[in-house]
Design a protein around this ligand. Structure first.
Ligand code: ME8
Length: 662
């Protein structure tokens, strides 16, 4: 058996805060990392940020700050999200880390020394607005295919990596390693791409055009192409962020997880770069599909970007993790909708799993004093044997599905056992057995089987929904820890000695939750953190009728999901001026953390433009832009008052711009 597993996610651009797509890849990687750890592998799980290049430089310029400050400001949004989502990463790399940059330069130099990088004049169609070149076939009617502005022919000095040299070796490698590019449809796409001649890759940008990058060690006037910098992270992290001094230990990577959008850069650029460097290729590159939202492409301008934090707030972290991996086969595109989320939540987490745990633990409490009884062999029936057999088949099936990155099939198999166990309860009816003292041995056997099936499920769900697994482990009174390689040997039905007491606990997945309001109260116990926040309960305790506040007609009420659509953010006012011919309107320039916005606000009778710069306020960040007296407003400020403004909502001046307000 292999004993090491190295999994990576793409390193994400810090041009904006993370969204559901970033969460998706990272959660998938986390499931693999957790699974292989408890299977006894030595695991290294790497994620991080891609901080150089045009996109980041532009985002920083838009926010009016230098790129490094911009990266430093956005970085916590990613790190905090990974903590919220229980991502068990081993290392977090940033491409602005000095050691990473030095390693990129070393790679460049070694390729240059081997004459695998050469200098040449590059002529192409350049779009000044997008600051990028297009090839002849991209350009339509002399226009940039992206922004439709005219392009011009520009020549510049450039360095090229001799990628073409590796075309045939790469084709041969893909053909002789069926696991190298997965799923198969994507492998065929790459092979199709490689049927056309592979050109050499331009790996430099003149600083006059792009300064935010790693300088070429052999030409100080150029920085390297962002992908040449970014891809090297998979190797450089092992050198300076690894747990061992042996940087070769985890290479080649077991699997690079990537979205389908960046398969070519990994399968072709990265593979040929590695060939040039004389390093082995990763064992596998898996390209997953893309999420749309309610059938539409997710984008900021459409205002439909799914914020992972809001989903966790509403449904709990485990429900979010579960949904993403259960809903869609990993290689395929999927659609995200609240209704699909609610259906899965209610049917599979609340009704199936939550219910099984709750019923079983209640019966262990009521009929066995919270102790798992020993089984009575003589009272065993075929129902018991079927349950034990299905549970024993579970782990070999999960092994196989996860080796193929079929997360949804692994979860389907787990759910199959949950459903069988619920049927087992219905058929064995322990509550009837409990009424008849002559059935005591049979009751004990049934209760034992329920404890065992919960134990197997606890181990099986751990990589996917670890907080729920931890809650189940505690409630079953199991004394093991998930830090141990609990599945190094597959569990055997009946071989665990229960010593602790069982506890029922609160509902793991409260039913019909999406229809109820949630709030911000945080839960503290490990056993309940998997559940959504419990403000629902708190409200009830304050005896507000379930229909809402007395006197508030239901039609005027909104659900939390409506409220969550409004993105409120901390903003700092940078500049304010009056709009000519208006005594009421002020034009504000504000910093909302990720960018600078212009907001027109009707606060001119209350405030002078001079007193506002430097003040920290709250804005609605996802309001459709509108024009007021011909001036575009890209948001709205929050203020008390109706017709007349009483006060802007001021916050302490050290509240960081971009912080969410809720
Ligand atoms: O491409 N559905 O970074 P990036 C699913 N920095 N996944 C999605 C998604 C969606 N709608 N949108 C994004 C980059 N993703 C480079 C990578 S690696 C050396 C450099 C996920 O911030 C998916 O994993 O644009 C995709 O590949 C990644 O985010 C791109 O993130």
């Amino acid at each position: 058996m292999k004993n090491k597993f190295y999994v990576t996610t793409p390193i994400y651009y810090v041009n904006d805060v993370p969204h559901i797509g970033h969460a998706y890849t990272t959660i998938a990687a986390d499931v693999l990392a957790r699974f292989y750890r408890i299977r006894g592998y030595d695991v290294f799980f790497l994620t991080g940020l891609d901080e150089h290049g045009q996109k980041v430089q532009q985002a920083a310029a838009k926010a009016g700050i230098d790129p490094q400050t911009h990266c430093d400001r956005l970085m916590p949004a990613f790190k905090n999200l990974w903590a919220t989502l229980n991502i068990s990463l081993d290392a977090f790399i940033r491409t602005t880390d000095k050691p990473h940059q030095a390693i990129v330069q070393r790679c460049l130099q070694s390729l240059y020394d081997k004459d695998l990088i050469y200098q040449a004049e590059y002529t192409g169609w350049y779009c000044t607005f997008d600051e990028r070149f297009w090839t002849e076939k991209d350009v339509e009617n002399g226009q940039c295919p992206d922004c439709r502005r005219p392009v011009e022919q520009v020549s510049e000095r450039n360095y090229f990596f001799r990628m073409s040299r590796y075309q045939q070796p790469l084709i041969d490698h893909i053909k002789s390693h069926p696991e190298f590019i997965r799923p198969e449809s994507r492998r065929n796409e790459v092979l199709g791409f490689l049927q056309k001649p592979l050109e050499d890759l331009s790996i430099s940008r003149p600083k006059s055009r792009l300064s935010w990058g790693v300088e070429l060690p052999f030409d100080r006037d150029c920085v390297t192409y962002v992908w040449f910098d970014a891809l090297v992270n998979y190797l450089s992290a092992l050198e300076y962020l690894g747990r061992t001094t042996d940087a070769t230990k985890f290479w080649p990577a077991s699997v690079h997880l990537v979205g389908k959008d960046i398969l070519t850069t990994h399968a072709v650029y990265w593979s040929t770069m590695l060939m040039g460097m004389g390093r082995p290729l990763p064992e596998s590159i898996f390209a997953h599909g893309w999420w749309t939202v309610d059938g539409e492409k997710m984008s900021k301008s459409r205002g439909n970007v799914v914020a992972p934090n809001a989903m966790v707030e509403q449904f709990g972290v485990d429900a979010f993790r579960y949904f993403l991996l259960r809903e869609v086969p990993f290689g395929q595109d999927g659609d995200f909708s609240h209704s699909a989320f609610e259906s899965r939540y209610n049917a599979e987490l609340a009704n199936d799993l939550g219910n099984l745990v709750s019923r079983s633990l209640t019966m262990l409490g009521n009929f066995s004093n919270n102790l798992v009884p020993a089984m009575d062999q003589k009272s065993q029936t075929d129902l018991d044997r079927e349950l034990a057999q299905t549970a024993s088949n579970l782990f070999p099936a999960i092994d196989k599905h996860l080796a193929n990155l079929e997360f949804n099939r692994a979860l389907e198999t787990i759910l199959g056992l949950v459903q069988l166990a619920n049927q087992y309860i219905d058929k064995t009816a322990p509550w009837t057995l409990a009424k008849d003292p002559a059935q005591d041995a049979r009751l004990k056997t049934v209760l034992f089987h329920l404890a065992e099936v919960l134990r197997f499920l606890t181990l099986a769900i751990y990589p996917f929904i670890p907080t729920t697994a931890e809650a189940m482990r505690t409630r079953l009174g199991m004394t093991v820890s998930f830090d141990q390689a609990l599945l190094a040997n597959l569990p055997v039905w009946g071989d665990y000695a229960y010593t602790g007491e069982t506890t029922k606990g609160t509902s793991l997945f409260p039913k019909n939750l999406p229809k109820k309001p949630t709030g911000q109260a945080a839960e503290s116990s490990a056993a309940s953190t998997a559940s959504p926040k419990k403000a629902v309960k708190d409200k009830k305790d304050n005896s507000i009728p379930s229909g809402g506040e007395p006197g508030l007609p239901p039609a005027d009420q909104i659900g939390i999901e409506d409220f969550m659509k409004v993105q409120l953010k901390v903003a700092k006012i940078l500049h304010a001026e009056r709009i000519p011919k208006s005594d009421k309107l002020l034009k504000l320039q504000v910093d909302i953390g990720t960018e600078r916005r212009q907001i027109v606000a009707g606060i001119g009778k209350k405030y002078t433009p001079e007193e506002l710069p430097g003040r920290t306020i709250v804005v609605v960040a996802n309001l459709k832009p509108a024009k007021l007296m011909g001036v575009e407003s890209q948001g709205m400020v929050l203020a008390a008052g109706d017709k007349d403004v009483v006060s802007l909502l001021f916050l302490p001046d050290d509240a960081p711009p971009g912080t969410k307000v809720k």
